[in-house]
Design a protein around this ligand. Structure first.
Ligand SMILES: C[S@@+](CC[C@H](N)C(=O)[O-])C[C@H]1O[C@@H](n2cnc3c(N)ncnc32)[C@H](O)[C@@H]1O
Length: 387
């Protein structure tokens, strides 16, 4: 296959894609419509377009195909026609670490600045190590699974039989190479959940008591509720979300996990829900808030290119309003666990600061759960106690 052919395929995709749908979904539809592309064409086009977006906004003035070659060099350890044609002097260095390769690119192209990869740096939470964070975009995150304790060894053994070598991260957590078709290997999903490592770590903020009544108020398909249930199976739950569809998926997941004691409501938490909720009082609330998702862009690098910075303040307002609307249903002395998958301080520490000033809550602890050293997402969690 000639390099011109690959470049044309990349350019056609790049021209058609506008960032409004997730890239993986766009590519799925695009390949369906372009049946003339064989599997090798599709594989190369996918590699190139992802490598390109992983470069974010670095080297804005450089030629697009040179940017593609640099992205491809930084993201991959195997050769490609683009690297061979645009960066022949670096071909032999493909096996080096990302850090080394970044240094080589800076040496050869001084206009390459790692900080431009993630160009919203002014907004980053203060405790984030910026260089490590920027560097992490050139490595694809892993796929993490949380496994029922009693099934852990058996699941590891099954995976090993299929020549997938899972990395054991904790008592219940495995890391697998991204793209592993786990549901094909183990179709019965009763005993494991796909859930990012940092997301799993948010459970350290829950600390439920036996027979507590908790509200997972932005539950989607129930990932956090399942963590809570795992910690304390006697807990009773109200789960709600604005999207009915997500709540429908939740039923199946809960059933598989054996979670039976829950009630479900479709609620828009920007509205007054007093009619529905006036008699409710909770022992704990999980607010896994709608957010920019900027801590997960290692999985969706197209956002580095297309995200509109104005959205940060939009999400921040949304988060404050939702927090205000839910905290009134919390018992005194009980926790509100505020979670985002964002790295922006306006959605994290500043929302907490706003809550401390405007709501009857006291901060117990908060943490940016950094995923960039462990091929996982970065999240934020805070535990606030109602006064
Ligand atoms: C970060 S996701 C929750 C993920 C989920 N907790 C999990 O662990 O899988 C945020 C959720 O907030 C919901 N949401 C957005 N705006 C909302 C609103 N105004 N009222 C209630 N839920 C809302 C979204 O539908 C989305 O499912």
């Amino acid at each position: 296959m000639r390099v011109e052919h690959q470049i044309r395929a990349f350019e056609q995709i790049f021209d058609k894609y506008d960032g409004t749908t997730p890239l993986h979904r766009f590519l799925f539809a695009y390949f369906k419509q372009n049946k003339q592309m064989g599997s090798s064409d599709r594989r190369w086009a996918t590699r190139y377009i992802y490598s390109f977006f992983r470069l974010g906004k670095a080297m804005p003035k450089a030629d697009q195909i040179l940017r593609l070659a640099i992205g491809d060099f930084l993201c991959n350890q195997t050769p490609s026609l683009i690297i061979a044609s645009k960066l022949p002097e670096l071909q032999e260095q493909l096996g080096r670490s990302v850090k080394d390769k970044i240094a080589l690119i800076i040496e050869n192209h001084p206009d390459f600045k790692p900080a431009d990869v993630f160009c919203f740096h002014e907004n980053l939470s203060n405790s984030l190590e910026k260089e490590d964070f920027y560097e992490s975009f050139f490595t694809q995150p892993d796929l993490f699974v949380r496994v029922q304790r009693s099934r852990f060894e058996q699941l590891v053994a099954t995976l090993k039989q299929t020549e997938i070598n899972p990395e054991i991260i904790g008592e219940q957590t495995l890391a697998l190479p991204n793209g592993t078709k786990l549901e094909k290997i183990i179709p019965d999903q009763k005993y494991y959940q796909v859930q990012d490592l940092s997301s799993q770590k948010t459970s350290a903020f829950f600390l439920p008591q036996p027979w507590d009544y908790w509200w997972d108020c932005c539950a989607a398909s129930g990932g956090k509720s399942l963590l809570l249930y795992d910690l304390e199976p006697s807990v009773q739950l109200l789960v709600s979300d604005i999207r009915e569809n997500s709540l429908n998926n939740l039923d199946e997941r809960f059933q598989e996990a054996g979670l039976k004691k829950y009630q479900k409501k479709v609620l828009d938490l920007l509205q007054n829900n007093e009619q529905d909720l006036h008699h409710y009082e909770f022992d704990g609330i999980i607010l896994d808030a709608p957010c920019s998702g900027s801590g997960t862009w290692g999985r969706t690098p197209e956002m580095l290119y297309y995200f509109d910075e104005h959205k940060i303040s939009y999400f921040s307002k949304l988060q404050k309003t939702i927090a205000e609307n839910v905290v009134r249903y919390l018992k005194e002395g009980k926790p509100l666990v505020y979670i985002t998958c964002s790295v922006f301080k306006q959605e994290n520490e500043e929302v907490v600061e706003w809550m401390l000033q405007n709501l009857p809550v006291k901060l117990e602890k908060m943490e940016l759960i950094k995923g960039y050293h462990s091929k996982s997402d970065t999240m934020f969690a805070a535990r606030l106690i109602k006064q």
